[in-house]
Design a protein around this ligand. Structure first.
Ligand code: NAD
Length: 291
């Protein structure tokens, strides 16, 4: 199926990055969020990030202007309905996502493909709440979207082959690489990554190391480009906790229990970079460890 109009629901860290790469690849993008303020912030960030790509010689000024001109915004969810492809990228909470899909269904065209950028929630279960489980897929981008090469494609139990092939072709047009994952909790990347981040939080909680020593150990000792706590702040601690809960509930194995210290940070509203405080405090010039 030919895709030209793309609707994005949720204009947070991921939604704005997804809008950015689709607009650069020539798609018309309509971005939705619950508040105009969030959409304005997302547009400003996209403009800033496109500007950085121009400075690095990756795009021309004309490419940047054309990409920006392809993005429009709305706070009315039903306007997203008539898109060829919809990417839901709202908060990682199943009740939020289910409500969005249920509200969207009456406004879709018969051919609209529905996808979710969820990091962990069952695609089969989300799809079952819509009128088109065969045209529903997991479409999992990595953060930051303009930089990261991988997109995980997750088939629900009912996803048909034309839908899979269409998304595979879209990933190629974006200049990215897809990897196929079966629909089990947290798919591939987060099934492996999140328990490592959670273990880093346990290492902090049990006093084995400080924030700085844990991150330095994994950067210098395991050659990771970012330490696990720095990475957790980058992803968002609420998202990390939500994914651990999905692993814990979905696989019913105590090895996935979220660290109580991670829960405490989330309860404090210290969600990482997006709230300026997490395992590091970002309010000054350089990040300062909070433990
Ligand atoms: P975020 O908190 O930055 O953004 C979420 C956005 O959704 C906010 O702007 C919020 O206003 C909006 N929203 C909430 N309820 C809504 C509704 N009913 N309708 C429309 N918009 C609504 O979160 P994020 O990091 O962008 O995560 C979004 C999704 O992407 C989640 O499913 C997450 O698991 C997934 N994801 C995140 C990462 C990451 O590294 N952060 C990576 C891959 C996938």
């Amino acid at each position: 199926m030919e895709i030209s109009k793309v609707g994005i629901v949720g204009a947070g860290q991921m939604g704005n990055g997804i809008a950015h790469v689709f607009a650069v690849a020539g798609y018309d993008v309509l971005m939705h969020d619950i508040a105009q303020e969030n959409l304005d912030k997302a547009l400003a960030l996209i403009e800033h990030n496109l500007g950085r790509q121009v400075e690095r010689g990756k795009l021309t000024e004309a490419d940047k202007d054309a990409a920006l001109a392809r993005i429009s915004t709305t706070t009315t969810l039903s306007e997203i309905g008539p898109s060829d492809l919809i990417i839901e990228s709202a908060t990682e909470r199943e009740s939020v996502k289910t409500a969005i899909f249920e509200d969207l269904v009456p406004h879709l065209t018969p051919d609209t493909i529905l996808t979710s950028n969820t990091s962990s929630i069952s695609i089969t279960r989300l799809a079952s709440r819509t009128d088109r489980p065969e045209r529903f897929m997991g479409f999992h981008f990595m953060n930051p979207v303009p930089v990261m090469q991988l997109v995980e494609l997750i088939r629900g139990i009912a996803t048909d082959e034309p839908t899979y092939k269409t998304l595979e072709a879209v990933v190629e047009k974006l200049g990215k690489t897809s990897a196929s994952s079966e629909d089990f909790p947290a798919f591939i990347v987060n099934r492996i990554l999140m328990p490592m981040i959670n273990e880093a939080v346990y290492t902090l909680y049990e006093g084995v190391g400080s924030v700085s020593s844990i991150d330095a150990s994994m950067k210098l000792g395991a050659n990771h480009p970012m330490g696990p706590l720095e990475l957790a702040d980058f992803i968002g601690l609420d998202t990390c906790l939500a994914i651990m809960n999905v692993l814990h509930d979905g696989l019913a194995d105590t090895k996935y229990r979220p660290c109580p210290l991670l829960t405490k940070y989330v309860e404090a509203g210290w969600l990482g970079r997006k709230t300026q405080r997490g395992f590091y405090d970002y309010r000054g010039e350089t990040p300062v460890p909070t433990r």
